[in-house]
Design a protein around this ligand. Structure first.
Ligand SMILES: C[S@@+](CC[C@H](N)C(=O)[O-])C[C@H]1O[C@@H](n2cnc3c(N)ncnc32)[C@H](O)[C@@H]1O
Length: 472
């Protein structure tokens, strides 16, 4: 490590900034929000500050001294940090020499070789401050790192941190047990987004309320039912990503893509509970047992499901099992297959011309869906069929039998949003052939309805939706 990271207590410092360049003004802007005293010295200091909107009259800030003149040695008196942003090399050298003679930390802006300290890239969320440095070696990486972390930390974390600080002693009285209190703060942090746009006193009230309802008997473990989306890891929510990085154990299904699993914390335990060919896996009761047992051990469990965890995912049974054991459970939504596939195929699911509603159904005929065929599809409707590959012939016949036009356009999309995605277009009449001729495998989704005729790649290949209808 070539640098020593330290945070200086702003109110105990007096910062000297010499120069009226844009870079010097950027430093003034950086310290304006702190209680540090600031002195700015340069022949055009006032004009430069005025242009940057940084004059005390503009910012309402006290403790700023502005001198419109050249630097003098006495200016170093009483200062604890020195920034130099002048154009003239001789003046620059002189200030560096004088500052170093007094053992003052000196930074020549944008010239790390002439400086004995640098100011890190940083961002803040209220009292939480995050600073980054690569010692000047990889500034682009530093920028990337900062922007990734900024995205992970919602702006409301700042007000939440300030509020949590203000009521800390009272929370300690409400939850005296240290482990339980740590868990409480963990959950508070995870749900920082909920406190967006609230004033600090309101957040303080909510934090105290949450502390009171942090039940005494509740286990320290917790379960999050997390939507992994249809496969593309970029479609994960930020909250799902955070859950994956914090989980001790991740219980996942067959449909969860490898790229999504790769985002798990390195030392998390991964438990596969999906079904494989010719093997029914641990079954729903087995899954319920695993997540309950792991949570009761006090672990942070992520139950990771393809798509959205509340759609065709037996979430109700898992929620019930967890609630029975008084285990804290949270649901983190995901992009469902129909949404991911609508995006890749660019099929608007509803459309003023073609459809004013969409129905999501399971094509798993055992579940008794498709009894009411007439209600499910037809003009002005879009139908998204999950798990419909095997039942394609029955689905096609059932809908046509109820009077749905055999020429209704259909899209079959296998491995939607993944690098291996395949798309096939046809009509309700040709649906069974479409599936068998292309050897379509699960996971695949059927989209049925006039909106399919607007699919981007249909248009690109010059496919004529009218012809598609006529051939049926
Ligand atoms: C058990 S359901 C789970 C649905 C999931 N919870 C969701 O919201 O997408 C599994 C079915 O979802 C559909 N599915 C899930 N991921 C898919 C993908 N990447 N491409 C196509 N279909 C997908 C398929 O119909 C698959 O058989």
């Amino acid at each position: 490590m070539s640098s020593i990271p330290v945070f200086l207590t702003a109110e105990k410092h007096h910062i000297l900034i010499v120069g009226d360049s844009a870079a010097a003004m950027a430093k003034v802007a950086l310290f304006t929000d702190t209680p540090a005293r600031i002195s700015v010295i340069a022949p055009n200091a006032s004009a430069a500050l005025k242009e940057a909107g940084l004059l005390p009259a503009d910012t309402g800030r006290s403790g700023m001294h502005v001198h419109d003149r050249v630097f003098a040695e006495d200016d170093l008196q009483g200062k604890t940090l020195v920034y130099i942003g002048v154009e003239d090399d001789i003046t620059e050298e002189r200030i560096v020499r004088l500052a170093q003679a007094r053992s003052l930390p000196v930074n020549v802006i944008d010239k790390p070789a002439k400086s004995n300290f640098t100011t890190p890239a940083q961002f803040a969320r209220g009292p939480l401050q995050v600073a980054f440095s690569s010692g000047g070696v990889a500034p682009v990486f530093v920028r990337r790192l900062r922007s990734s972390l900024e995205k992970l930390l919602p702006p409301s974390l700042g007000v939440l941190a300030a509020a949590a600080g203000a009521v800390r002693t009272r929370v300690k009285t409400i939850i005296p047990d240290g482990t339980r209190r740590r868990l409480f703060y963990d959950r508070l942090f995870d749900n920082a987004g909920q406190y967006a746009d609230l004033a600090q006193d309101e957040v303080e009230r909510l934090v105290l309320e949450a502390a009171k309802s942090h039940r005494v008997g509740a286990t320290t473990g917790q379960v999050q039912l997390v939507g992994a989306g249809p496969g593309d890891p970029d479609l994960l929510t930020i909250k799902a990503h955070r859950a994956l990085q914090q989980a001790d154990v991740i219980v996942y299904d067959r449909l969860v893509s490898r790229d999504v699993l790769a985002l798990a914390r390195r030392d998390a335990e991964l438990v596969f509970v999906g079904k494989r060919e010719g093997d029914h896996g641990v079954g729903q009761d087995g899954i319920n047992r695993i997540i309950v047992e792991e949570a009761l051990k006090g672990r942070r469990v992520v139950r990771l499901k393809g798509g959205d965890p509340l759609l065709f995912a037996r979430a109700g049974e898992e929620l019930e099992a967890l609630r029975k054991h008084d285990i804290h459970v949270e649901v983190v939504p995901g992009i469902s297959a129909f949404q991911g596939i609508a995006a890749t195929t660019q099929i608007p699911l509803t459309d003023r011309q073609h459809a004013s509603s969409i129905t999501l159904v399971t094509g798993h005929l055992k579940d008794g869906a498709f009894k009411d065929w007439a209600r499910l599809s037809g003009q002005g409707q879009t139908l998204a069929v999950y798990m419909g590959v095997r039942g394609a012939p029955k689905i096609s016949a059932g809908l046509i039998g109820e009077g749905v036009s055999p020429s209704t356009p259909v899209a079959v999309v296998e491995n939607g949003t993944r690098a291996t995605e395949r798309r096939f277009y046809g009509t309700l009449a040709t649906l069974p052939d479409l599936v068998t001729e292309n050897d379509v495998k699960s996971p695949a989704l059927l989209l049925i309805g006039d909106v399919v005729s607007t699919a981007r790649d249909l248009a690109e290949t010059g496919f004529d939706a009218g012809r598609l209808a006529a051939t049926a």
